[in-house]
Design a protein around this ligand. Structure first.
Ligand SMILES: [Mg+2]
Length: 285
């Protein structure tokens, strides 16, 4: 009987905001609607730790009076205004076609409202492969509830559901992300021998992720997959990019160690006895 080669499958799950795009979709939405101070609101909310990191927009949409005007169509429209990184389409295509016989089912798990992400990636990633925060709407179109938030630990539960549904073992899971909303899921993936890729310089994520890749081109995240998982040589990797019409201009490998030292405490000032006092003592002696 002819043996069939087993299909090698890796689940690739990616964050959306600032991983596949340049800006947080909350900022895009607020600019579109003329709502000011988004970052300050998020920072204030974040300090209270009331919601999972990354879930601030979902909270504001439901509870901040200024966001009461937001309707589903605004979220869809904001998605169209999100500026994607270069070659997101090509990245999705590469994963769809597979690399060297290995399959890479590609999913997006974002803390942003599902409507925004699905709209931004329409025609690039199938809607059913995109998980975002699920909102509920009232009859008048107002956001009436937050049904499920895929931020922080919420991303772990989505990922676990996907692994179970696709029958992919955790050591064949790859997670790509940039920020605080990805901490939980990256630690989870690491602890189960999966692969984690950071796409930002943020120290907090860099120390968790196994690899950090900085580029304005979304296809760059396949680099650690080719290197660490498929064990390709650099020349083959260059050819791979060239084969997709991309010439690698710079490929700098920098291992960065961030060091900050505490300044030694100022020497406690030893009170010098005043000169006049010394003289007095000398006289007395
Ligand atoms: Mg992000």
């Amino acid at each position: 009987m002819k043996k069939t080669k087993p299909i090698i499958e890796y689940l690739v799950a990616s964050d959306f905001d600032q991983t596949l795009s340049f800006n947080d979709s909350g900022i895009v939405l607020c600019e579109m609607l003329g709502i000011s101070g988004f970052e300050a609101r998020v920072a204030g909310l974040s300090r209270t730790h009331l919601v999972q990191q990354g879930a601030e927009l979902a909270y504001l949409l439901r509870h901040d009076p200024e966001f009461r005007m937001v309707r589903r169509e605004h979220l869809v429209a904001a998605g169209k205004l999100v500026r994607l990184k270069k070659n997101v389409e090509l990245l999705a295509e590469v994963f769809r076609e597979g690399i060297d016989g290995a399959h890479f089912p590609f999913y997006v798990i974002s803390a942003s409202p599902m409507e925004v992400v699905r709209s931004a990636l329409e025609g690039i990633v199938p809607a059913e492969n995109i998980y975002g925060t699920e909102l509920q709407y009232a009859a008048n179109g107002e956001i009436s509830a937050v049904r499920r938030v895929s931020a922080g630990y919420g991303k772990v539960t989505v990922l676990q559901d996907l692994e179970a549904r696709l029958h992919i073992s955790p050591d064949h899971t790859i997670y790509v992300g940039d920020g605080s909303s990805d901490h939980h899921v990256m630690q989870h993936v690491n602890s189960r021998d999966g692969h984690t890729i950071a796409v930002s310089e943020a120290k907090s994520i860099g120390r968790i992720a196994q690899r950090t890749i900085l580029s304005d081109n979304a296809l760059s995240v396949v680099l650690p997959i080719l290197e660490d998982i498929l064990r390709w040589e650099p020349s083959r990797i260059r050819n791979f990019f060239a084969g997709h019409g991309l010439t690698l201009q710079d490929w700098d490998k920098i291992r960065t160690d961030w060091l900050t030292f505490h300044e030694p405490p100022e020497e406690a000032e030893v009170a010098e006895p005043e000169e006049s006092l010394l003289q007095e003592e000398a006289l007395a002696g």
